[in-house]
Design a binder for this molecule. Structure first.
Ligand SMILES: Cc1ncc(C[n+]2csc(CCOP(=O)(O)OP(=O)(O)O)c2C)c(N)n1
Ligand SMILES: [Mg+2]
Length: 279
C-alpha cells in the first residue's frame, strides 16, 4: 500500500500510544523523501514487544530482530551499507533492559542509526512486569507492593555516554513527534528519541496530558544538556542535545563504501597483511 501501511491486522489495544508513533512515522517518511532520502534507503529493525509490532505494520524493508538485539542488528545494517538510514524500534524493556549494553556502546561509538524508544514504562507484551523505566511506586504483577527501584533517566544517560541527538517526545503530540523524527533521522550520528506512550492496561492518557511540558530552549553544550536533563521533569519534551562528532563507520572505513567499492579478495588480503606489518 502506498500509505506505508501493510495488510497485517493491527493488534495493538484500542487507544494505545503506539498508534501515534505509527502515524508520525508515516508522516515523517514522505517528508524525508521530499528532502531527497530514497525510500529504498530507509530500513528498520525492531526488538520484541508491543512496540516491535510496528515492524509488521510499516511498509519498509528490514529485519525483525530479537528482544534486546535491535541495536546490534541496526549497527550491522549501517556497517554493511553506509548509504542506509536505519530506524530501530526499541522498547524500554528491550533497549534499556536486555539490550542495554548494545544501546550504550552504539551511543559511545556514535553509530549512525536512529533509536526510537517506545517508553511505556512496562514490559507490555508480556503483561506488566516492571522495566528499567518503571516509576517508583508503580504497582504491577511483579511489583505488587510498588516498584522500589529508581528508574534510569534515559535522556541524561544517553547524553552522558555519547549520543549526538537526544530528544523526548510524546505519542499524543503527533506534530512535534513528526518534526523531531525528521530531525533525528536527518542527523548524522546516534539519534535517541524517547517517546512517552501510554500502554492502555497500565496507564491513562490523562496522566500524561496533565504533565507534559516543553523545554524553554535547547541546551547549547553537552554539559548544559546534562544539567537540564538531570533537573527537568520526566514529562519535559524537546531536543535536549545535538552535536557533531565522527560517526563510527567513517572512523572504521573513512570514505570507503563496502557496497560501491567492493574489494577483491586479493586486495583485502593485501590490506590485512599491511595492517599486520607483513608488507
Ligand atoms: C531473549 C528474550 N527474553 C525475553 C523475551 C520475552 N519478552 C518478549 S517481549 C518482552 C517485554 C517487552 O517489553 P518492552 O521491550 O518494554 O516492549 P513493550 O511490549 O512494552 O512495547 C519480553 C520480556 C523474549 N522474547 N526474548
Ligand atoms: Mg515497554
Amino acid at each position: 500500500m502506498n500509505n506505508l501501511k501493510t495488510y497485517a491486522e493491527i493488534t495493538w489495544c484500542k487507544g494505545c500510544g503506539n498508534f501515534g508513533i505509527f502515524t508520525a512515522l508515516r508522516n515523517a517518511i514522505p517528508k524525508l523523501e521530499e528532502k531527497g532520502i530514497k525510500r529504498e534507503d530507509i530500513v528498520m529493525t525492531a526488538g520484541i514487544g508491543c512496540h516491535a509490532k510496528i515492524f509488521d505494520y510499516l511498509n519498509l524493508s528490514g529485519l525483525y530482530s530479537l528482544h534486546g538485539r535491535e541495536i546490534a542488528t541496526a549497527s550491522g545494517f549501517k556497517l554493511s551499507n553506509p548509504n542506509l538510514k536505519v530506524l530501530t524500534f526499541s522498547g524500554d524493556g528491550s533497549g534499556l533492559g536486555e539490550g542495554l549494553a548494545h544501546t550504550l556502546f552504539a551511543a559511545k561509538r556514535n553509530m549512525d542509526i536512529n533509536m526510537i524508544l517506545h517508553n511505556n514504562g512496562v514490559y507490555a507484551l508480556t503483561t506488566g512486569q516492571f522495566s528499567p523505566l518503571t516509576q517508583e511506586g508503580w504497582k504491577g504483577p511483579t511489583t505488587p507492593k510498588g516498584s522500589f527501584e529508581i528508574p534510569f533517566n534515559p535522556i541524561s544517560l544517553l547524553i552522558e555516554v555519547g549520543a549526538t541527538f537526544v530528544a523526548r517526545c510524546y505519542a499524543g503530540d503527533i506534530n512535534h513527534l513528526t518534526e523531531t523524527l525528521i530531525r533525528g533521522i536527518e542527523h548524522e550520528g546516534f539519534s535517541f528519541i524517547e517517546i512517552l506512550q501510554p500502554a492502555m492496561p497500565y496507564h491513562k492518557w490523562e496522566e500524561y496530558r496533565s504533565e507534559i511540558e516543553f523545554l524553554d530552549k535547547e541546551p547549547k553544550t553537552k554539559e548544559e544538556a546534562l544539567t537540564v536533563a538531570r533537573n527537568s521533569h520526566r514529562f519535559t519534551l524537546g531536543v535536549f542535545h545535538q552535536a557533531s562528532r565522527q560517526v563510527y563507520h567513517k572512523g572504521l572505513y573513512e570514505d570507503h563504501n563496502p557496497i560501491i567499492n567492493k574489494l577483491s579478495r586479493d586486495a583485502r588480503l593485501d590490506k590485512i597483511r599491511k595492517i599486520l606489518g607483513f608488507k
